[in-house]
Design a protein around this ligand. Structure first.
Ligand code: PMP
Length: 454
């Protein structure tokens, strides 16, 4: 695809220079990638890893705090943080201690423990919802919540916003195309059911569209992030989320807030910080210290309906839950995260670093005469190749530049900093320092200078 913001030939030359530099600097990664072809799809253990911006994967030896150490001897300042899984830094000391202390105490039993009660109490204090269930991943949490929502409302349809991502949940891989028509995401593999049958897609910030989608009274739930964070970033306009809350209530649909990413907005996520009261809240990624662990919380009223529908159902498989969910070790790690790692002080530090990053990047962008935006929500920043902040998923998608983005991200890796691939997302952790932020800003400046000279 052609660069939309800079001459395509220049971007291509820049990309070629940075590719050569990466390959020269990473001989061991190159050799390992050759060996890996025999074992892995595209030479990687999870095929997404092949879509990273480097010409061969960056093989990581270890990750600590805000640093990755690659097999070629480079230390890289990590602003990707496992795409949020390590948002509080790699192996925070309290997590390493919990693993050391309890590694020999059993990992999974399919039985409850006092640890589970401790975690539920901590979650309630923080997020305000008393009832909880646990899953292995945020994808699972979303998938199971859709099942509950349909079961308790007796309705088949759901509503999501254009450009959303909620994990590998079949029902929500639906988008609006450039003509505004709903279609199944064309990249999906092996999809045999027409997902547009029961999923309606509305643009974010479009209340009329949402009203129309809810009007028939057949929608079980609206599933959304409070800020779209997976199509670049789209902020809610003032009053939008309150209106979503009101409309869902009026039409008997549950409001499910996926805070997997917006946990970056504060100790209780975006909803707690803004006073929004969803029926169901989804948490995932960093909750168990970077190991698989997620949760969904809900109101007592929703909980009572869940219990009633399960009690009335035929005995047997509910289609909700997996064997390793709510495991003892996972919950120990969650307890440590909630009690010792995700503290107010940690958030204050993360916000300060993210603010330094956002201001610094804005200055650099302006200094290079580029009209791009930087948006920050708490500890998370996003650089978008557009002069205005996008108002919805279509505008955010239009700001993607599939030639420029990987070239720029590769140039940053070559300069010792890692962003989240697939869009320009940066996270600040408690382990980042002001110097780390300054290195990132200088690297961004240097990369743009090299781009201009290519
Ligand atoms: N919800 C949101 C908002 C996400 O961004 C993601 C992952 N990017 C998920 C859910 C799914 O998380 P996981 O891949 O850990 O299941």
């Amino acid at each position: 695809m052609r660069s939309t913001t800079l001459p395509a030939e220049r971007v291509a030359r820049f990309h070629a220079i940075e590719t050569a530099r990466f390959l020269a600097d990473h001989p061991r990664c190159v050799a390992l990638h050759q060996q890996a072809q025999r074992h892995f799809l595209f030479g990687v253990p999870l095929h997404w890893m092949a879509d990273a911006p480097s010409p061969v994967p960056l093989y990581v030896d270890k990750a600590q705090g805000a640093r990755l150490f690659d097999v070629d001897g480079h230390a890289i300042i990590d602003f990707c943080l496992g795409d949020t899984g390590a948002m509080f830094g790699h192996s925070p000391a309290a997590i390493a201690r919990t693993l050391a202390e309890h590694g020999a105490d059993g990992a999974t039993t399919m039985l409850p423990s006092t640890v589970a009660l401790d975690v539920a109490n901590l979650l309630e204090q923080r997020f305000g919802l008393p009832m909880w269930q646990f899953t292995a991943t945020a994808s699972d949490a979303n998938r199971f919540v859709l099942r509950w929502a349909r079961a308790i409302t007796g309705r088949k349809h759901i509503v999501v916003f254009n450009g959303c991502y909620h994990g590998t949940v079949d029902d929500v891989f639906v988008d609006l195309d450039t003509q505004g028509r709903t279609h199944t995401r064309p990249s999906l593999l092996g999809q045999v059911v027409d997902l547009t049958t029961y999923t309606r897609v509305v643009e974010f910030n479009d209340l009329d569209g949402l009203r129309a989608a809810l009007a028939a009274g057949d929608v079980a739930c609206v599933l959304t992030e409070p800020v779209l964070t997976n199509i670049g970033m789209v902020l809610p306009e003032p009053g939008f989320l309150d209106a979503v809350r009101q409309l869902t209530q009026e039409h008997g649909a549950l409001l499910v807030m996926d805070e997997t990413h917006t946990l970056s907005c504060g100790p209780g996520g975006y909803c707690r910080a803004s006073g929004l009261q969803p029926d169901v809240l989804i948490l995932g990624k960093p909750m168990a210290g970077g190991t698989p662990g997620a949760a969904y919380g809900f109101t007592p009223e929703v909980g009572a309906r869940m219990q009633a529908v399960k009690a009335a159902a035929a005995p047997g498989h509910s289609g909700i839950g997996t064997t390793l969910s709510a495991g003892l070790l996972t919950l120990r790690l969650m307890r440590t995260m909630l009690a010792e790692v995700m503290t107010d002080a940690a958030y204050a530090h993360m916000f300060a670093i993210a603010e330094q990053v956002a201001c610094g990047l804005e200055r650099v962008i302006e200094g290079h005469g580029l009209r791009w935006t930087v948006t920050r929500i708490g500890a998370r920043c996003e650089v978008q190749f557009a002069a205005q902040r996008p108002r919805n998923g279509s505008e955010a998608r239009a700001a993607f530049d599939d030639a420029l983005e990987p070239a720029l991200q590769l140039a940053l890796i070559n300069r010792g900093v890692l962003l989240t691939p697939f869009h320009n997302m940066l996270l600040a952790s408690p382990a980042h320092t002001e110097t780390d932020a300054a290195v990132l800003i200088a690297a961004f400046d240097d990369a743009l200078t090299a781009l201009a000279a290519a």
